[in-house]
Design a protein around this ligand. Sequence first.
Ligand code: UDX
Length: 429
Amino acid sequence: MTITVIGTGFVGVVTAAVLARHHTVYGLDIDEAKIAKLRQGLIPFYEPGLEDLVQEGLNSKKLIFTTAYKEAVENSDVIMIAVGTPSATDGTADLKYVKAASQALAPHLKKRAIVALKSTVPPGTNDKVKRWIKKHTDQSFHLAALPEFLREGSAVKDTQSPDRVVIGATEPPVIEKLLKLHQPLSGDRLIVTPESAQMGKYTANAYLANRIVFINQIANLCEKNGADISEVVNVIGKDTRIGSHYWYPGLGYGGSCFPKDVMELASYAKSVGEGMGLLVKIDELNGQRIHQKLREFSKKSGGFKDKTVAVLGLSFKPHTNDLREAPSLTVIPYLQKHGAKRVKAYDPEAMEEADRFFRQVVFTDNPYEAIKGAEVIILLTEWPELVNLNVSKISRLAAPQAVFIDTRNQYQPQEIRSAGLTYIGIGVL
Ligand code: UDX
């Protein structure tokens, strides 16, 4: 089968590279510079396993990066739209790039091609896309929704072996073709309407975001009464209705999806005459949390003024260099605003990216360099390299009686305390 994936952002490149193992795939973008780099196998972001996969696709000539709509679309049985949908000022998904892609692909469609929306968009978007395309072609075509559920840091695996492949389509020949397209991938197949597919995507993200806000609220209570949040999670997790995963507390969710998708769903709710209700509250509580925790950390560690602070982990989660809505973006300016003498930072992959965001931060070659002389150490991202540090080495290198703030609960409080440091975790005393 021949496929075009429009948009070579994170989702587009991963999808194109994975599918190119089994089909011929055009990765299409209007950004000439980006396409030129992709043709050389250069990927503009860090994602484990992706570079090798892109190289494999380029070598086999089954992965073709292009800026030419005609070349790609006229050969394709399925055209996936995977362009960005930035949030508009009213919080809804801005469909301008989806519209531009629809108009550009329309004149080149081959008969009965399938145009599938992979971008996260609200239900009802397929009808809009159909209208936009119809204005520019008389050719017969079909529309479908193919939402993705991939996570940064494990996107290749999530695409190759997803929990489920959701096919939002109602016409039997379309369903059949999309099933065939995904045949080499594992996971359950769910054939639903495009509206259900799109609602399913938003609902999954809003629910997971809700779960994080919820456990963070519970963690706050544990800090008041001496309960340990990890023990509480064990207790609830044994209830099969609840489950034990995806419950770990921190400074709140970040990244490119949850903050945006929660607010988009809230705005969508408003646009259809429903209140924004719970959804807007999720966003509000998550947004407040990091400021509240920073005030508490400051109080518990005697303030940050004139102190050297080591920040460990800058990306919003491990295995990515993505800083979108990362805690570091709030934490570092807070430290600087509150008089920290020096902020030293280390991240295994995100320091180059971070350099664009921060002023007067000393980036170090390894975590121990950052810790050297620090009066406060803040662990923000649970990179494997950062959760297995040698505690006695930390204690030797840090300033005497340094404070260790573990925002991801990765260390045993007792071990840190025995090494002569003050331990501050989340949801644990
Ligand atoms: C998420 C969804 O998981 C994915 O299905 C969707 O397609 C895109 O959004 P991603 O943003 O890559 O993926 O990361 P994820 O691992 O889900 O984490 C999101 C945020 O929640 C991170 O800030 C993470 O630190 C935080 N988180 C996650 C928690 O604080 N606690 C948890 O238990 C899980």
